[in-house]
Design a protein around this ligand. Structure first.
Ligand SMILES: *Cc1c(COP(=O)(O)O)cnc(C)c1O
Length: 222
């Protein structure tokens, strides 16, 4: 694999305001180090166990984004070091992240994950659930988390119009939350969508974080 060239190719085609998260799930530390030495510092993992075992072996200034479904009983292991949890998809999970963040004197950046795909299997909130969280008194007192934006996964399909529609809905969700809850909050800025197959569409539709694995590291072997 030509990790450095792949990274450069992507970075040369995306606008400067878009953050690239290199999705390193299933990849050995050597691959991550190759990207790191090419200057990349932001990596994404989707399994707590895998992240916990890799993190101590790798440089301290890596920013780890958690992007998978997170079980509440695993939050305590990643809370001390995780840079952002992109996949906050329930009140109960946010409550746990808040609790564990406070224990280690941190405020953890989170994205609210929304269900934008037609596929049943994907996790995420709908608008009603998000409002319930954001309207609650309990949430307003959480000092251990900061909601930085939204995240979504489009349907896995070649139908670019469908994918575009789904990312549009994510942008729309972001805009509505921004005006209702975060209009005076400079930190509410992120819309995370787009993977190897669909990140150009995601960017066109307003996403400013993309999460790319295969196009950087090659096909995953499970
Ligand atoms: C694996 C994964 C990605 C990256 O997928 P690629 O197709 O390899 O780019 C992005 N987001 C999430 C949530 C993932 O689990």
């Amino acid at each position: 694999m030509h990790i450095q060239e792949n990274l450069e190719k992507i970075l040369n085609t995306i606008p400067p305001h878009v953050t690239l998260v290199a999705v390193s799930k299933t990849r050995p530390p050597e691959d991550i180090l190759e990207a790191y030495h090419a200057g990349h510092k932001i990596f994404g993992e989707n399994k707590a166990q895998e992240l916990i075992s890799k993190q101590p072996e790798l440089p301290d200034d890596i920013q780890w984004h958690f992007i998978g479904h997170l079980q509440r009983n695993k939050v305590k292991y990643i809370a001390p070091f995780v840079s952002m949890i992109q996949s906050a998809d329930s009140f109960r999970l946010l409550r746990e992240i808040n609790k564990e963040a406070l224990k280690v004197n941190r405020r953890i950046d989170c994205l609210l994950q929304f269900h934008i795909a037609t596929e049943e299997t994907k996790f995420g909130l709908d608008m009603e659930e998000a409002k319930e969280i954001l309207d609650s008194r309990e949430f307003s007192k959480f000092e251990g988390i900061r909601i930085r934006g939204v995240m979504g996964m489009a349907t896995f399909t070649d139908d670019k119009d469908k994918v575009a529609t789904e990312f549009k809905s994510l942008k729309n969700i972001f805009d509505r939350l921004k005006s209702s809850y975060f209009s005076d909050k400079d930190y509410f800025t992120f819309i995370s969508g787009g993977m190897s197959g669909d990140y150009p569409v995601a960017i066109r539709e307003g996403c400013n974080i993309i999460r790319v694995g295969t196009d950087i590291f090659g096909e995953r072997q499970y």
